[in-house]
Design a protein. Structure first.
Length: 218
């Protein structure tokens, strides 16, 4: 099991957006370390979510780092707006259409770091860990999707666990998992080497945010 500190990052995709600021404050009071914010463009994944203005609103309401996950075809065109909105961690996908050139992907990661933010790189369930290996020197965070990205509330894909284990063997930074994460699946991922647990439904649908977050650390 990883000895790194476990970071719990509630995914605001699962919160009540009609009470966004209140939900942010409540989950922070319950022990959230980061807030995870999913940005979707309706092309890279079949869903639309939020833009920089909402990220900026979350930043104003929050005190913990914002972990912003760009599920966009051309994320390199939106780095500056999300950085200016307050992203502390900004993650792009290795499969993104606009990042298929290694030089463009490296430039995007460098742009994030030069803005004094942390650069993250993610991969979908069907993408092998090897796709990230050439870029691990340029990132601070690796995000393994444990469901097909696009919608919350999906069932955890256990075939992602060996990918987590392989990436931990190569990468010493923050290793995150996202999708179907609860007390049981979170423990499986922690034992494989993950130290950042992104959880939406299992926290925001729980009767007690504090108990849900505590169970992820147990």
């Amino acid at each position: 099991m990883t000895t790194r500190r476990v970071i719990v990052a509630p995914s605001v995709l699962a919160c009540d957006f009609g009470r966004l600021a209140e939900e942010v404050r409540q989950v922070e009071a319950a022990g959230a370390d980061w807030l995870h914010v999913d940005v979707m463009d309706g092309h890279f994944v079949p869903n639309l979510t939020i833009g920089p203005a909402v990220v900026e609103a979350i930043r104003r309401a929050s005190r913990v780092p914002l972990d912003v996950h760009l599920m966009l075809d051309r994320p390199q065109e939106f780095l500056t707006p999300f950085l200016e909105a307050g992203a502390h961690y900004l993650t792009v996908h290795v499969e993104a259409e606009g990042l298929r050139s290694e030089s463009v992907l490296r430039s995007a990661l460098d742009t994030i770091r030069r803005a004094d933010a942390r650069a993250g790189l993610s991969l979908r369930p069907r993408t092998g860990a090897e796709a990230l290996r050439p870029f691990l020197d340029a990132v601070d965070l690796v995000l393994v999707m444990t469901v097909e990205p696009g919608f919350g509330g999906q069932a955890f894909m256990p075939e992602a666990v060996p990918k987590v284990r392989q990436l931990r063997a190569w990468f010493a930074g923050d290793l995150a998992v996202d999708g179907g994460i609860n007390a049981l699946t979170g423990r499986q991922c922690r034992e494989a080497g993950a130290n950042v647990l992104v959880a939406g439904t299992s926290i925001f649908r729980a009767s007690s945010y504090t108990d849900a977050i505590r169970s992820l650390r147990a």
